[in-house]
Write a protein that binds this ligand. Structure first.
Ligand code: SAH
Ligand code: SF4
Ligand code: F3S
Length: 468
């Protein structure tokens, strides 16, 4: 529900929106996917109808990402495809939402016949007004960033997805200003969503049959709402429904709260999985990146996590070829990854972004070919580690939440372990949304293959595991 729906020209706007067909295409991070669900809710509230393809739509929205050059290139190419649709269908409206809207609004709007509406991440409530402006023959833009907007009163509408796992946004923006990153400029200042509104959304999801929630923010461990910090929030969230699992993304290594580790270790429905982005493995590089921790501090944190949560699974983000990166610094990244043995890593070549500290102060001086070969080396090593880690899983038991049928076969189901590993197994009588105890029998570097044992509850499975 949108509580402060603009009342001034309410009838005018609802008239314009009523029964118009819309299509949203989303790029970028999970936050963007969560935001598209907020936009969904606003459009449905105005009487618009969702459709599954751009060709069927009267209004197309592209929710965009600016994190790397290639993310933006993909969107430009897509907008050019929509331009040909516009030529065939004169009334078609195309809108750009999200981080690119914020970053390059002028460039987008100046491109003749490409885009009619440009809306930044904090201005989605204004979409009905902007649609009305377009109807009047104007181009409509709102890229104002806000210090307060959290869309707390809007219940996101999940039109795509598996009906079992959902993302819940707990904060917006980022104040960290890592030297390479454009997010603080596209998403604005950090602000936390009120506790009650988060818990209400989780309750609604539980009532609708969702079994897993990932709490989202650019830097979740700085969540602060009145007296409630992130650990406290996880405590409250996990009590809403003990038969629902919880994850979170992403924490920052600089101030990871130790009480949260104890809570994860004790609470059966808090997943034994932490995404903890390192970015690089050498202290000199981390300093240039403005990541306020050293290699040693990061490794100490990893040890602490493993001590407190035995069997925890870890993943990370890594950037290859940041400004002035030496061969030795690259080696440090390789050895850090070798030591930690992550179960999963998101690995990128550095891409310079305007306005960031790196753009203003440093030179993007690692040649493209060197960035690529370092990245390849990092990826290859990681694949070997992943396969080795997965081999160790053979013979182990896990509780898997079934997310749907496997992509490869209708006779098989696919789901995830508590440790976030993808598992496939024979369907038998099991179905989407079930928690199934399985035994791992084989693997690849990306998937575990299992033999299903029986349907269980979280409470049953972990009480037996603890007392076994
Ligand atoms: N807030 C999250 C990260 C969001 S961006 C966090 O700090 O964990 C996701 C990842 O994109 C980052 O962790 C980083 O590894 C990568 N990234 C960000 N800016 C980049 C750039 N300019 N070039 C390449 N990768 C980048
Ligand atoms: Fe970007 Fe750093 Fe903020 Fe993550 S913590 S969004 S990498 S500035
Ligand atoms: Fe991309 Fe914006 Fe997310 S830049 S990674 S969509 S915060």
């Amino acid at each position: 529900m949108v509580s402060d729906f603009p009342s001034k020209n309410f009838f005018n706007i609802t008239g314009i929106m009523m029964n118009k067909r819309f299509y949203i295409e989303t790029y970028g991070c999970q936050m963007n996917f969560a935001d598209s669900e907020v936009v969904n809710s606003i459009l449905l509230d105005g009487g618009m109808l969702p459709v599954q393809s751009a060709e069927e739509a009267d209004v197309i929205f592209v929710n965009t990402c600016s994190i790397r050059e290639n993310a933006e290139t993909r969107v430009w190419n897509r907008l050019k495809e929509f331009r040909s649709l516009k030529k065939e269908k004169k009334q078609l409206t195309v809108g750009v939402l999200g981080c690119m809207a914020e970053r390059i609004k002028d460039q987008i709007i100046d491109q003749e016949q490409l885009v009619d509406i440009v809306v930044g991440p904090d201005a989605y409530r204004d979409i009905p007004n902007l649609l009305a402006e377009v109807e009047d023959g104007r181009k409509a833009v709102n890229v104002l960033l806000s210090l307060e907007e959290t869309y707390a009163d809007i219940s996101p509408v999940r039109t795509s997805g598996n009906g079992v796992t959902a993302f819940v946004s707990i904060m917006r923006g980022c104040d960290n200003m890592c030297a390479f990153c454009v997010v603080p400029f596209t998403r604005g200042r950090e602000r936390s969503r009120p506790l009650e509104s988060i818990l209400r959304e989780i309750r609604e999801l539980s009532d609708q049959g969702y079994r897993e929630v990932t709490l989202l923010g650019q830097n979740v461990n700085s969540y602060k709402y009145e007296e409630i910090d992130f650990t406290h929030l996880m405590d409250k969230a996990s009590k809403v429904d003990p038969e629902m699992r919880f994850r979170f993304s992403s924490p920052h290594p600089k101030d990871f709260p130790e009480p949260l580790l104890h809570l994860i270790a004790e609470r059966p429905n808090l997943c034994n999985y932490i995404h903890i982005p390192a970015q690089a493995g050498s202290s000199s590089m981390l300093e240039r990146m403005r990541r306020p921790y050293t290699r040693e501090q990061y490794l100490t944190l990893i040890d602490r996590i493993r001590e407190i949560i035995p069997g925890v699974s870890l993943s990370t983000d890594i950037i290859a070829g940041f400004c002035d990166e030496t061969e030795e610094e690259h080696r440090d990244t390789m050895t850090l990854m070798e030591i930690v043995e992550y179960d999963l890593a998101y690995m990128f070549a550095y891409s310079e972004r305007e306005r960031t500290l790196a753009h203003r102060k440093y030179e993007d001086n690692v040649p493209e070919s060197v960035k690529k070969s370092r990245l390849t080396e990092i990826i290859q090593q990681q694949m070997v580690i992943q396969e080795k880690n997965n081999r160790k899983e053979i013979g182990q038991r896990h509780l898997v939440l079934v997310e749907g049928t496997s992509k490869k076969s209708d006779e098989q189901l696919s789901g995830r372990t508590d440790t976030n590993k993808v598992v496939v197994f024979d369907k038998l009588d099991f179905k989407k949304g079930d928690f199934v105890e399985v035994e791992i029998v084989d693997c690849t570097s990306a998937t575990l293959i299992a033999k299903p044992i029986s349907k269980r509850t979280i409470a049953e499975y972990y009480s037996e595991a603890v007392f076994a």
